[in-house]
Design a protein around this ligand. Structure first.
Ligand code: FAD
Ligand code: NAP
Length: 337
């Protein structure tokens, strides 16, 4: 196994702050994963897997091995008249994979176009956008279980997917995902419930969307609304949308009639965290090298931070002010190290 010593993490994550990793390696194949974990056990060092670094904040140097996932490949396992089953390496770029499926006419993932990141990270927070979650297309996940030192295959059910969560997000660092199996549809049902999609299709004059035009519409919406991480470092939505009961929502609505909420089940609602943050006056605010993005309050952006600590402290202030005004404790969606 090839490791490098005292490597700057700056090129490997979207906030591009300057923390160091004591050791750094790249994982190209399954054996690299088990070798890296064995090496960490021998050295008594912690490890951290990185995909493309679009959902992490480093607040200090990492005192162990950072291993960048680059196991690639897209393999067709099965095809019927209605479905295609693909096995995809964890290091594949997520958007490239979605575009490949769209081009082939295989549906299911098109609403997740242009989400940054790798295929291997997609099950971790069960990535979602515009009314679709990746769990809807995942059949199986292959991972190395660092606790038992065994290779395992987890079925969709065993992954325990939930709203922006899964077994992998809860059992932090236990599983290293190397491959994901997807089931895609040859006669897909397009999902266009979100207002932004309907508005964009209308604006483009598209009356009968297909996989390609829906994907393009989503790419256009995202490009207009979200900061380009190459220009303004960010990790997407910094906080989860909080889930409250019907009674809690009704109490909030008495005081804040414009609060934005959507039903999740009969008795639970998700509140738009961006609305809460904006209502506290944060949207567009800049403090030092960090700010709250002017077009979407849920996104924290860097104006040239040197340490992720600056982002973390800014997020603490937002959490504090939302708690004071609404008595709601925001939780970070982004992974803090
Ligand atoms: P990383 O940031 O590298 O890692 C994230 C976490 O997963 C870390 O804890 C890491 O240790 C762990 N990890 C990564 N790969 C593996 C692996 N193979 N095995 C085990 N653990 C692993 N998310 C959404 O859900 N919906 C969106 O619409 C969305 N939009 C975004 C827009 C922007 C502009 C940005 C910057 C982010 C957005 N995100 C969104 C968040 C992010 O893109 C996803 O969470 C993505 O899946 C992260 O992939 P990554 O490879 O960059 O993961
Ligand atoms: P938006 O469309 O302005 O909507 C704000 C919030 O309201 C979103 O969080 C969304 O929940 C919810 N929402 C809107 N319409 C809904 C509907 N018809 N049914 C149920 N919930 C609805 O959000 P945005 O910031 O521009 O993002 C657009 C989509 O991309 C969202 O799905 C969002 O999750 C996703 N996105 C995610 C990230 C990330 O890092 N996680 C970053 C950028 C964009 P949901 O979030 O549950 O969809």
């Amino acid at each position: 196994m090839h490791t490098e010593h005292n490597i700057s993490l700056q090129p490997f994550h979207f906030f591009a702050s300057e923390e160091l990793a004591s050791y750094f390696t790249v994982l190209h194949k399954n054996e690299d994963v088990s070798d890296a974990i064995e090496w960490c056990h021998q050295q008594n060092l912690p490890f951290l897997i990185l995909g493309s670094g679009s959902n992490v904040v480093f607040t200090k140097n990492f005192p162990g091995l950072v291993a960048k996932m680059e196991i690639n490949g897209i393999k067709k396992l099965n095809e019927s008249a209605t479905e295609v089953i693909l096995e995809v390496g964890a290091g594949e770029n997520w958007h490239h994979f979605v575009s490949y499926c769209v081009q082939k006419g295989w549906g299911g993932l098109e609403n997740l176009s242009l989400i940054p990141g790798t295929v291997g990270a997609s099950p971790i927070q069960n990535i979602g956008a515009y009314g679709v979650e990746v769990q809807e297309c995942i059949q199986q996940v292959t991972a190395f279980d660092t606790t038992t030192q065994q290779w395992i295959q987890l079925s969709n059910k065993e992954c325990n997917f939930g709203y922006r969560t899964s077994l992998f997000k809860v059992a932090v660092k236990r599983y290293i995902i190397t491959h994901v199996q997807f089931v895609l549809q040859k006669q897909p049902q397009l999902k266009m419930d979100y207002g932004a999609i309907r508005d964009m299709l209308h604006e483009k004059g598209i009356k009968h969307p297909n996989l390609e035009s829906l994907s393009q519409a989503i790419i256009q919406i995202r490009t207009q609304k979200l900061p380009d991480p190459k220009i303004l470092g960010n990790a997407g939505s910094f906080f989860k949308n909080p889930i409250v009961s019907k009674t809690q929502l009704e109490q909030l609505q008495q005081q804040f009639p414009n609060i934005i909420a959507y039903p999740i089940s009969d008795d639970s609602y998700k509140i738009a965290a961006g609305w809460l943050i904006e209502a506290c006056g944060w949207k567009g605010m800049k403090k030092g090298n960090v700010g709250c993005y002017e077009k979407q309050a849920l996104v924290i952006v860097s104006y040239g931070i040197r340490s992720g600590r600056e982002v973390y402290e800014f997020s603490e202030e937002i959490i504090h002010s939302v708690a004071q005004k609404f008595k709601i404790q925001l939780e970070r969606e982004v992974n803090i190290y």
